[in-house]
Design a protein around this ligand. Structure first.
Ligand code: MRU
Length: 364
């Protein structure tokens, strides 16, 4: 996507420095656009854990580059060590697998992380070569960007249909957290259909949930939408129900960190409450996700591991205390919206119902 006049992805490899991967530091937005360089699997692990990069598809893309950087570093070291060719190769392999385990543990809920790490270690097993791994990570990023673009293509008719029912009047869309291009490699998931609709001249307006405690909505989604010229309004997380009751929301689009084979969707905490309110008010509620976000090994909401994060995220805002010292805190990063509350899943392969039969048909 463009920021001012420059085209950006959220992550990219440096063509002139093969050991460098650049990312936008999302902790700094919207106040400054800073790019930082990752040079090792440990750098990638830190960037994922401290949320320099976040959003399910981007976490997977970053981890893919983490495997490449790990291989580069360990194979470089091994060239200078003694020992047989066989044992050197074995040492590199073991070192990368150990980094892979570490990367997988950086954040537990988004399935894209383990998916990307397993894909890259599989490539390494067959082709233990830095150039092959670089191309694999590049390919994974390109495919992720294309999947997001296709989510936009498949989600667009949902907005067009509402626009046409409303006689061309503004379509009001509510979204939670950030499921835009920053959370992916490009385009976004929940926001991809919105960008396409806006670019096509359809009148859209987005209600942006602030998304406490880390404020991905106010910091990232608002920044993205304003940059693209999409009309939007920032709201508190608890305002959505009121807006829905008063006919001010036509459709809800959210992202997804992990979907079960039955169509249940884990996404940023608070998504479930929006789904309940949408259901109560007869408002269509869609989750947008690439097929890489389905975990076909599970089919019940309680099988999704929910990340618990640091209490300080709740006790403070930007380091300023907003609660009595010593207060107990619970900070679940995600919740699960059961399939029965979801109107449909917008995937890169089309829109499907949130049920096992449709999901299996779509994913396989
Ligand atoms: O904790 P985050 O910021 O990584 O959570 C992100 C979300 O919940 C997004 O909505 C989700 O990853 C879908 S992203 C395209």
């Amino acid at each position: 996507m463009k920021v001012e006049d420059r085209y950006y992805r959220s992550i990219w490899h440096d063509e002139s420095d093969r050991g460098a991967v650049h990312v936008i530091d999302q902790r700094m937005l919207p106040f400054s656009l800073e790019v930082i360089t990752l040079r090792s699997a440990a750098d990638v692990y830190d960037a994922i854990s401290n949320m320099t990069v976040r959003g399910a598809p981007l976490i997977g893309a970053a981890a893919a580059w983490g495997i490449y950087l790990s291989f580069l570093r360990h194979s470089g070291r091994e060239r200078n060590s003694s020992g047989t060719e066989q044992s050197r190769a074995g040492d590199v392999y073991n070192a990368v697998i150990s980094d892979a385990q570490q990367l997988k543990s950086a954040r537990p809920t988004a399935v894209n992380l383990a998916w990307a790490v397993d894909y890259m270690t599989g490539v390494m097993k067959s082709f233990p070569d830095a150039d092959v791994l670089r191309k694999a990570a590049e390919g994974l990023c390109d495919e992720e960007a294309e999947r997001s673009r296709l989510i936009g293509v498949h989600g667009l008719p949902l907005i067009e249909a509402i626009s046409s029912i409303k006689g061309g009047e503004t379509v009001n869309i509510l979204t939670h957290c950030n499921a835009g291009w920053l959370a992916c490699v490009d385009y976004g998931t929940a926001l991809a259909p919105v960008y396409l609709a806006h670019d096509k001249g359809i009148k859209v307006h987005v209600w942006v949930d602030e998304t406490r405690p880390r404020n991905q909505g106010s910091r990232l989604t608002a920044w993205e939408l304003l940059n693209h010229g999409v009309p939007c309004t920032l709201i508190t997380d608890n305002a959505g129900g009121h807006l829905m009751q008063n006919g001010r929301v036509d459709i809800v689009f959210v992202g997804c960190d992990r979907a079960t084979a039955s169509g249940d969707v884990a996404n940023k905490t608070g998504t479930y409450l929006k789904a309940l309110a949408a259901y109560d008010n007869g408002i269509p509620f869609y989750s947008a996700l690439p097929v890489s976000s389905f975990d076909m090994t599970i089919d019940r909401p309680e099988q999704i591991e929910i990340e618990e994060r640091d209490a300080e995220e709740v006790r403070t805002i930007d380091g300023i205390s907003i609660a009595p010292e010593g207060i107990a805190v619970s900070n679940y990063g995600f919740d699960v919206t059961p399939a029965r509350l979801i109107t449909g899943l917008v995937t890169d392969r089309g829109v499907c119902r949130a049920d096992k039969e449709s999901v299996i048909k779509t994913v396989s």
